[in-house]
Design a protein around this ligand. Structure first.
Ligand code: ATP
Ligand code: MG
Length: 417
């Protein structure tokens, strides 16, 4: 990974294609064989030049969407108004986007309509940062009109053209800047950073869902501290849901080392610090907080469980088997992993081992069912049945009873009815 100051990254003059790019070459070739220009562009070129793993390849061409569709037999209109057509070649899907400019910006968001152009240079000009504005042709030659390679080598995020204008066109770019800074460990160039500071409030025009994506990526990046410090310095955080009054928690999050591995881990650690910094006994309303961020119900439930798991665990030596059972393998591990970051007390491997050694992982795994209990008691089902099963689960999870049909039935008749 390139970090400023290390200066050890020499970006090559030509891209050596990895297998993924080689596999995509026929797509470029078919377009050029028909007389159009075609290039690999954007994030895939950036990551390839950095020697990072590339997962999806973006292709740009001078061919218009209709022209692309004439060339490839199998296509899907994924965003045809914006000039993007998905083509299937050798069982792989590729997104091909016609060279375009984005001229009509409304409300500081990406434009509703685009204008197709025939020149690569113009297409690259509408892209956000110099490191994202490079193209590579089928020979591996790099087209770098905005000095993206130099910025890659220096570790710099710099807007293409006039930063102030670019953030006025699309305010999400400011969040992308801090996110790339966190992902790549790059610094944001001074005039780009100043423009973010001056335009931070424009973020209010951007859909929360889109800010969410960038913020979670930032928190889960190796250089999280760098990205968060940029958010604090530029005041971008003040225009994110609920973060304005949680500046200290963000500072905590930026001062504590350790990778965050998932969205639920990231939110949980942030909420943990928010709680930590609140007056005693005051707890963040996690549901309300994450609803502002438009998080899914599944993530909200996971964060609630993890945060209370951490609280409980901080008051005791180790989770007991029933805590582990209730949390399940993943969340129990999340709790312990986050404790390793919070105060070094976490024991994730132990949590995993404890979960593996539980006799049952769910009520369904009990050796007897609700029907068996009803047969035994000859009673109608009701809330009592749930209570009996819950009691059995607890006995089995704590290892006080073996998960064995005869033993459980005997226990029910002796103690529970
Ligand atoms: P990643 O895929 O790792 O999130 P990326 O740079 O590939 O990063 P994408 O959203 O996949 O980001 O976009 C692909 C390319 O499209 C970018 O590299 C950039 O050239 C351009 N792009 C994306 N979003 C914007 C934007 N908001 N403004 C200008 N250009 C953009
Ligand atoms: Mg991408």
């Amino acid at each position: 990974m390139n970090k400023k100051g290390q200066g050890d990254l020499m970006v090559p003059n030509k891209l050596t294609f990895t297998p993924l790019f080689r596999q995509a070459l026929p797509v470029l070739k078919q377009l050029t064989d028909h007389g159009y220009e075609a290039y690999f562009v954007g994030g895939s070129v950036r990551d390839a030049l950095l020697g990072l793993e590339v997962n999806d390849i973006d292709i740009a061409t001078s061919a218009l969407p209709e022209e692309i569709k004439e060339i490839f037999p199998r296509t899907v209109d994924v965003g045809i108004d914006h000039g993007t057509v998905m083509v299937m070649v050798d069982g792989e899907a590729y997104e091909i986007t016609t060279f375009r400019t984005e001229s009509t910006y409304q409300d500081f968001r990406r434009p509703d309509s685009v204008e197709f152009v025939r020149s690569l240079r113009e297409d690259l000009q509408r892209r956000d940062f110099t490191i994202n504005a490079m193209a590579v042709d089928e020979t591996g030659a790099i087209y770098d009109y905005y000095d993206g390679r130099a910025d890659l080598e220096e570790g710099i995020i710099r807007a293409v053209g006039e930063a102030d204008e670019r953030f006025n066109e699309d305010a999400l770019r400011m969040m992308r800047a801090v996110r790339f800074s966190a992902q790549l460990g790059f610094d944001i160039e001074a005039s780009t950073e100043l423009a973010i500071k001056e335009n931070a409030s424009l973020l209010e025009h951007i859909a929360v869902e889109r800010i969410h994506i960038e913020f979670v990526k930032l928190m889960c990046s190796q250089a999280r501290a760098k990205g968060l410090k940029s958010m604090l310095k530029t005041k971008l955080f003040e225009y994110c849901p609920e973060l304005a009054r949680n500046k200290l928690a963000l500072m905590y999050l930026s001062n504590h080392e350790g990778d965050l591995q998932s969205e639920q881990q990231a939110w949980s650690l942030l909420v943990h610090y928010m709680n930590f910094l609140m007056p005693t006994n005051y707890r963040v309303d996690i549901r309300q907080f994450l609803r502002q961020w438009k998080s899914s119900n599944q993530v909200i439930a996971a964060v609630e469980a993890i945060v209370s798991g951490i609280q409980k665990r901080q008051a005791t030596e180790m989770m007991d088997p029933f805590d582990i059972y209730q949390l399940g393998a993943e969340l129990a591990r999340d709790v312990e992993y986050l404790l390793t970051l919070i105060d070094g007390s976490g024991r994730p491997d132990e949590a995993t081992a404890m979960h593996q050694s539980l006799q049952i992982k769910s009520q369904q795994e009990l050796a007897i069912s609700g029907a068996d209990v009803m047969k035994l008691t000859d009673q109608k089902p009701g809330p009592w049945l749930g209570d009996v099963l819950a009691q059995l689960v607890e006995e089995v999870v704590y290892g006080r009873l073996d998960n064995n049909e005869t033993i459980l039935l005997a226990y029910v008749s002796e103690h529970l009815i």
